[in-house]
Design a protein. Structure first.
Ligand code: PBG
Length: 324
């Protein structure tokens, strides 16, 4: 037998395997989502997301300090307001849950990089991502609210804003509102390609934001579509998005790769609630090795082309990376 090429030669030794490893994970890859509730002394477990909590501001410190000690310096905030109404008033008000959280975090931890999710579904009583007009979300009316929302986040001290509502022209609207208020330095990470996905199920427990009627298919994308993802990404770049996001991640690795190859902006992906809970549930049953699967899935996102991963696994993965 005359075998010249033996790929196994490079797999025989542990040190050599490390030398030829193509993809690496690092704490700076991760953004940790945090759920913040109104009130005092709250650390509410989320039923469908073992290990993840809703925090009141006074209980957040412990969590942030643990994260910073692990080298996790970036967070994205989701707020659960005390009261909801038709137009999501809490989301644009100076004393809103997010505005208070940003002020608190930036005052106490100036080194923490604070990103805000910009959407209306957590604040509206109907649970949709915009202003409702005749049973459907009115795109252009919603843009005005998103503009008010980003300006109030920026005034509170947010480092970056991340619009997630899949409204047409949202990036341009937000960019012009920020620029007009002298926030031209604040980057926009757009949820450019967000699919109408069943993987968001547990998040709706965490953020208490399920739509009260209908679904989100008139604004979130059909999971069957790839060319439409390219169109959304290109529109966002034209409108001034600094970072593009694909969401969910695991079932959409092809889309991450596609965007990576056609654009030059950094690509983020959202390793969403259902992807987290799926791993946790199977691990709890003893059907899979949860830690190994966590690292494998995170690595697959980076390998596909993601520069940034929003993930509920951030702390756990950081601990493994530290102890390695
Ligand atoms: C709000 C928003 C959602 C998620 C992030 N921002 C929910 C949704 O669109 O229903 C989901 C995140 C997750 O599942 O972890 N627009």
């Amino acid at each position: 037998m005359d075998i010249t090429h033996r790929p196994r030669r490079l797999r025989n030794n542990k040190i050599l395997r490390k030398m030829v490893r193509e993809t690496h994970l690092d704490m700076s890859d991760f953004i940790t989502p945090l759920f913040i509730v109104h009130g005092k002394d709250k650390k509410n477990p989320i039923r469908s997301m073992p290990g993840i909590f809703q925090f009141s501001l006074d209980r957040l410190e412990e969590e942030i300090e643990e994260m910073l000690a692990l080298g996790l310096e970036q967070v994205i905030l989701f707020g659960i307001p005390q009261s909801k109404d038709e137009v999501g008033s809490d989301s644009i008000c100076e004393s809103g849950i997010i505005q208070r959280s940003v002020r608190f975090l930036k005052a106490k931890y100036p080194e923490l990089y604070v990103i805000t999710d910009v959407c209306m579904c957590e604040y509206t009583d109907h649970g949709h991502c915009g202003i409702i007009c005749e049973q459907s979300v009115d795109n252009d009316a919603t843009l005005e609210y998103l503009q008010k929302q980003v300006v109030s986040h920026a005034q509170a001290g947010a480092d970056m804003v991340a619009p997630s509502g899949m409204m047409d022209h949202m990036v341009a609207a937000i960019r012009s509102a920020l620029d007009a208020e002298k926030f031209s330095h604040i980057p926009i990470m757009s949820y450019s390609v967000k699919y109408a996905s069943s993987f968001y199920g547990p998040f709706r427990d965490a953020a208490e934001s399920p739509p009260q009627f209908g679904d989100r298919k008139s604004y979130q994308m059909d999971c069957a579509n790839r060319r439409e993802a390219i169109k959304e990404a290109q529109l966002d770049i034209q409108q001034g998005a600094d970072i593009l996001m694909v969401k969910p991640a695991l079932a959409y690795l092809d889309i991450i790769r596609e965007l990576k190859s056609i654009t030059h902006v950094p690509i983020a992906c959202y390793n969403v609630s259902g992807e987290y809970s799926m791993v946790k549930a199977a691990a709890e049953k003893g059907w899979i090795d949860g830690e190994a699967l966590m690292m494998e899935t995170l690595l697959s996102m980076k390998r596909a082309g993601a520069d940034i991963i929003l993930t509920y696994f951030a702390k756990e993965a950081a601990k493994l990376l530290r102890d390695k």
